[in-house]
Design a protein around this ligand. Structure first.
Ligand code: ZN
Length: 303
């Protein structure tokens, strides 16, 4: 709402602006317009700032949108037709986590942001990733499926799909960490040629690990699955809220139960080689609103 005085001032400045447009031209008008906007009263100034971080985002990467401003109401935003979840990151600060699909077309994406009184469009520039091709040899029974295997695989796919639909309250607290302090064996996005024929896209990060090594929770979350799956072997899923999940596969055993709330760094299980695996390691996956995100990118977000 404008007060009477403000309304008068505004009408005068609009008339002043119109006279500038009709009487000035070229650089002199641009300079006058700059002065005009720089001297607007505080109520007309940009009430909030919105940033996408990091500034360089590749296919498969997670990102954050940080909105700051003294009087900013909780923002809303759509990315790829899905509503992003904003939550507080301090006084006058809101943050949302998103992710770009590994197969997203490189280029510029527009994100419509609304803070109640103000709307803006943010540009998200997605760069092409260079994913490596790796070769892997596995026992034939692990790559050729019997009709019984296929029934099990489909049932487990349905179970996982139902988990990815959950968008619960935020439980994550600060930045995500990697669950082991070890080097990586197969990066996210690697194209895998298994037994010289099957090609698959690696939608997680393989980390080296010794059998029995302790695996830490990437962030605070609720245990929503501890089951032995056909591909993943002993698989644990943490729900961090807001449609964000971390997935831990091929474990030798679990240290927690479904329903438990764990803190970042808690030991949730142990490295193993169960399921479709050629040796002890951890397959670590991240889901953000049903998109498989690069775990390295989510661990790099400053939350
Ligand atoms: Zn893997």
């Amino acid at each position: 709402m404008l007060t009477g005085g403000e309304k008068d001032t505004e009408m005068k400045t609009i008339r002043f602006l119109n006279s500038l447009i009709t009487t000035s031209s070229g650089s002199s008008m641009r300079i006058l317009l700059l002065i005009f906007f720089a001297t607007l009263p505080a109520s007309h100034a940009e009430a909030f700032q919105a940033k996408i971080l990091p500034s360089n985002i590749h296919q498969g990467d997670a990102f954050i949108i940080r909105v700051t401003g003294p009087d900013t109401a909780e923002p809303s935003a759509l990315f790829e037709k899905k509503a992003l979840h904003f939550s507080k990151c301090g006084k006058g600060c809101f943050v949302a986590i998103g992710a770009v699909d590994i197969k997203a077309r490189p280029g510029v994406y527009l994100i419509s942001l609304n803070t109640g009184q103000q709307k803006t469009k943010l540009q998200l520039r997605v760069l092409k990733s260079s994913f490596k091709t790796t070769h892997l040899t596995l026992p034939e029974e692990k790559v050729t499926f019997t009709p019984k295997d296929l029934v099990r695989i489909n049932r487990e796919d349905d179970l996982l799909d139902s988990i990815w639909q959950i968008e619960s309250e935020r439980l994550w607290d600060g930045s995500f960490i990697l669950p082991l302090p070890n080097p990586f064996s197969t990066p996210f996005g690697a194209k895998r040629i298994i037994n010289k024929k099957t090609v698959s896209l690696h939608r997680g990060l393989d980390m080296q690990g010794k059998a029995g090594e302790k695996i830490q929770a990437s962030n605070r979350g609720r245990v929503v699955l501890t089951e032995e799956l056909f591909f993943g072997g002993n698989t644990l899923i943490l729900d961090h809220g807001q449609g964000i999940f971390t997935v831990y596969m091929h474990m030798s055993g679990f240290n927690v139960q479904p329903g438990n709330i764990v803190s970042k760094g808690d030991v949730i299980g142990f490295v193993g080689s169960t399921g479709r695996s050629s040796g002890p390691h951890l397959h670590f996956g991240v889901k953000v609103m049903r998109v498989n995100a690069n775990p390295v990118s989510i661990a790099g977000l400053k939350l």
